[in-house]
Design a protein around this ligand. Structure first.
Ligand SMILES: [Ca+2]
Ligand SMILES: [Ca+2]
Ligand SMILES: [Ca+2]
Length: 217
């Protein structure tokens, strides 16, 4: 019996290990970015990376590519690592709170969609987001095909960010939203709706109404 229990325990732990390793393999994602700051874009754009894995990832010689009609490298990392759960912000010169400073020049995707991606030191694409009204320039995304799922067009002064925070399905339309407020260097969170809206949405106001009517009757 003891032997059987031990075998079961071992099998269970192997299964758990396999499940865990397949779900939480270290992954760096483009988590949030500000392509169209209020006022002058130059000097004020930023990109937030996030390590949604369980181990530290060395991104030495990795690079960020961006473009309005095709990708080209705009920044290369040196001597940089991201701990599990860590955020890293690459900001232009006026961005306070940025970890690294760079000139980004991100497209605002006004007429056609633009792209932003992270590549590793072997030029393997790690994460891509295509955003804007269309993909007339045929940007390739993480499906390895021409992107058909696009993140929204930017809103001036607001960021495009992953909701839920850090989650990457490789479909930009599902993963990215215009965030209600930028969250540079911290988790992207859903801003709670005002209590009245929540009550209407949940139907509780209706219930309260019924309760009041009953009391009056
Ligand atoms: Ca811009
Ligand atoms: Ca992705
Ligand atoms: Ca954030």
């Amino acid at each position: 019996m003891k032997q059987v229990c031990m075998t079961l325990l071992t099998t269970a732990s192997i299964v758990i290990t396999l499940l865990t390793s397949s779900i939480v393999s270290a992954a760096i994602v483009i988590n949030e970015f500000l392509p169209d700051p209020s006022g002058t874009d130059s000097g004020n754009e930023w990109i937030e990376l996030y390590n949604n894995g369980t181990s530290t990832v060395n991104i030495d010689s990795w690079a960020i590519d961006a473009g309005t009609s095709s990708f080209s490298t705009i920044f290369t990392f040196s001597s940089t690592s991201l701990l599990s759960g860590d955020y890293l912000v690459i900001g232009e010169s006026n961005v306070s709170g940025a970890d690294l400073t760079a000139t980004l020049g991100l497209g605002n995707a006004t007429a056609t969609g633009d792209g932003l991606r992270l590549i590793d030191n072997a030029a393997v694409v790690i994460d891509t987001v295509i955003y804007g009204p269309n993909n007339n320039d045929n940007f390739i995304d993480d499906t390895a095909g021409i992107a058909s799922s696009l993140a929204p067009s930017p809103t001036t002064g607001l960021t495009l960010g992953r909701l839920p925070n850090g989650v990457d399905t490789d479909a930009s339309a599902i993963d990215f939203s215009v965030l209600a407020s930028p969250s540079l260097g911290v988790s992207n969170s859903v801003v709670p709706l005002p209590p009245t809206v929540w009550l209407f949405g949940s139907g509780l106001l209706g219930l309260i109404g019924i309760a009041r009517r009953k009391k009056a009757a």
